[in-house]
Unconditional design. Structure first.
Length: 137
């Protein structure tokens, strides 16, 4: 969802340097506010989930075949954590900026796309673990 919302934001660059009637400006502002709120909410939920999965790894709540599998999964989480941030300097500072310009969002989109791909792998892995646990029960 975050990736799609960021892409929508980038499409709004079309309106940059365009003359917009007052009523259309209000509509556009309301859209931006709503989309921005959804973006922030979904981004935070996603970050919370990654943190939860890291905690589950540490607490042994996910049953791994061996230490190598656990390390590989944990490394996947850690390596992809940086894509939640618009660029590496934001990641290094641990800073999630609430208002970004269109250029920053455009730069972020490929990172979010990589994150979406990684999250797919994470969910397939977790689904497999859930199925394994269900079959054992």
């Amino acid at each position: 969802m975050v990736h799609l919302l960021a892409f929508q934001f980038s499409q709004l660059e079309y309106f940059n340097n365009k003359t917009i009637e007052d009523y259309n400006e209000k509509i556009l502002k309301n859209y931006l506010d709503k989309t921005g709120g959804l973006f922030q909410k979904n981004l935070q939920k996603s970050l919370d989930l990654i943190t939860l999965y890291m905690t589950f790894c540490d607490q042994g709540k996910i049953k791994f075949v061996d230490d190598d599998e656990k390390l590989e999964f944990f490394k996947l989480l850690i390596d992809n954590h940086k894509y939640f941030y618009p660029n590496d300097s934001f990641f290094e500072k641990g800073e999630i900026k609430t208002s970004l310009g269109v250029n920053q969002i455009n730069e972020w989109i490929p990172r979010l796309e990589q994150l979406v791909n990684a999250i797919s792998v994470i969910y397939y892995f977790l689904a497999g673990k859930f199925i394994e646990k269900s079959l054992r029960s």
